[in-house]
Structure formats: C-alpha cells, structure tokens
Design a protein around this ligand. Structure first.
Ligand code: ZN
Length: 295
C-alpha cells in the first residue's frame, strides 16, 4: 500500500490541511475502466479529492459522493468515498481522445467543458447533505476550490494532479486541500496566498520524490504545521453478486418475469468497478420468488 492521505493543522488551528498520494488508486481505476489518458487524469483527480474529502467525515459509516455532469466529451464523472480511505468511481465515456492543451498538458478542462459539480454526504441522518456549484474551468481542482467557498462557505485551495507515462501507466497522482477556518487573520491569509502562488504543480512535486508530508511542509512549513494522522487510500468497490442480486430483485416482479421470458441469462455490470455478474434463468427464477416474498 503506497497510497495514503494525511491530515494536518497549521496557524494555531486556523488552517486545516490534507494531502494525498494516489498513484496505485488511479492506476487501478484506469485498468478497471480502460480509460484514455485524459479520462484517467480527470477520474484520478476526482478520486484523489474524494479520498481527502472522505477523510474529512467523522462517522464510521459516512459516505460521500462527488458527481460532475458536464457537456464535454467525458459526459459525467462519479466518485464515492467512505471515511476509511476506500474510493471508487467511473466516467461516462472512458474513451475521450483530445489533443494536448496549449501548455502540452492533458486537457481535462476540455474533456469536461461546462457543467455542475455536486457533493452528496450521507452522514447517517434522514436526508443526505447536498451542495452544488458550477464548474469554473473543468480542471476539477479549481472547480472544487470554487465549490468549497461558494457552497460550503469554507475558503479553500485545492491542488490535484495526475501525470501519465508514455506507456500509458500512471506516473504520479496526488493532491492537497487547504482550508481556512472562520476568524483567521488577514496576515496569515496573505502569507498562505503567497506560498500557494509560489508552489509548483502537485505532479511536479511528487515527481521530485516529495511525499504528501513534504508538500504540506513546503506550503505551511512556516506556519506551525502539525501533522495529525494518516490513513491508507485504495480503489475498492465492495460490490458482490449478492448485493447486485438485491438490486435486480428491487426492479420488481414484472421486470424479472420479462427477463425470465426473454433471456437465457442476464449480465449486470457494476458501474463503479466494471465487474461483470451473470445470472442464469434458474437464478432469475429464485430472485422472482424473493421479489414475491418481499411484497
Ligand atoms: Zn463494483
């Protein structure tokens, strides 16, 4: 397990910071979904943010989903994270092929285009908490920066990056989220802004061999930085034939009867991890029985 997220405080607790390294997580997502490089970068950035935002939740069973609906060729992105470092996600169109941006980078902004970003937190209450904002650049880091300030009234700076090798493996992936707590003084904000402006892109820092600790050190090192804790990060789905079968049963008796009449077997693909589950006619008949029982 090479991937992890760290949590830290600085400036007497007026700054809260997270940083992550996520290469294996992004590589696993790429393999599962056969994403083209620009889609790998987009999904990888969102998975990395999800890993850090999941870590912000306190409850053992809390779940968070980030959804982006957009008019660019990627169509949409969905990432779900728990508070233990398990993340999963997918994009609508994994085969996005775009020329590099004028700066020679993977053009994530163009892959996304315009759209909305939505964050849904299921904290075990009756209703999940939902916040949303418009995409600003489609680069995801900028969009989450805007989301935190516009929708959650928490001024933040989000840096995310995925760097690909020529052979289409993930070379580096990671990011940071730095958040200002209420009543922080202006001088501290000025110092932080200066540091952030001078800071190199995340992938450049990671490629130099810098760890998440080093990244926060380089930004917040002069501001009484204090590391709190860390946890592993991984791509895990948690789907199973049993869970998928429950979902199929919930489609109802009519749907199940139609399947039994018209198909020899059905195949259900988990969106999140691309795992395929097959159900035979006999299994479908058992499921129909279960649907009738639960009526
Ligand atoms: Zn799955």
């Amino acid at each position: 397990m090479n991937d992890y997220v760290i949590r830290a405080l600085a400036a007497d607790g007026y700054i809260r910071a997270y940083a992550a390294t996520s290469r294996d997580t992004v590589e696993e997502a790429k393999k599962r979904h056969n994403t083209y490089p620009v889609a790998t970068a987009a999904l990888g950035r969102l998975l990395t943010a999800g890993g850090m935002m999941g870590y912000m939740m306190k409850g053992d069973r809390d779940l968070m989903t980030i959804q982006i609906q957009c008019d660019g060729p990627i169509g949409s992105l969905t990432v779900t994270a728990d508070s233990h470092g398990n993340v999963k996600g997918y994009v609508h169109n994994p085969a996005v092929d775009l020329p590099p941006s004028p700066k020679g980078k993977l053009d994530v902004g163009k892959a996304l285009g315009n759209g909305m970003l939505r964050v849904i937190r299921d904290l075990g209450m009756k209703e999940p908490y939902t916040g949303q904002s418009k995409l600003v650049t489609g680069e995801i880091g900028d969009d989450l920066t805007y989301y935190f300030s516009a929708s959650e009234q928490t001024p933040s700076s989000v840096g995310l990056g995925v760097l690909m090798n020529k052979d289409n493996t993930v070379r580096q992936a990671g990011g940071f989220i730095i958040q200002l707590m209420p009543n922080i003084d202006d001088h501290t904000i000025d110092v932080l802004e200066e540091k952030l402006n001078a800071c190199e892109p995340v992938t450049k820092m990671l490629d130099k061999g810098m760890t998440p600790e080093d990244i926060l050190q380089s930004i917040l090192g002069d501001m009484q930085l204090e590391f709190i804790d860390k946890q592993g990060l991984r791509f895990t789905c948690g789907c199973s034939k049993e869970k998928i079968s429950k979902a199929v049963i919930s489609l109802g008796e009519k749907e199940l009867t139609d399947m039994i009449l018209s198909e020899e077997s059905i195949e259900v693909v988990c969106h999140f991890c691309n795992e395929r589950y097959e159900f035979s006619k006999d299994e479908l008949k058992q499921m129909l029985k279960a649907a009738k029982k639960s009526r």
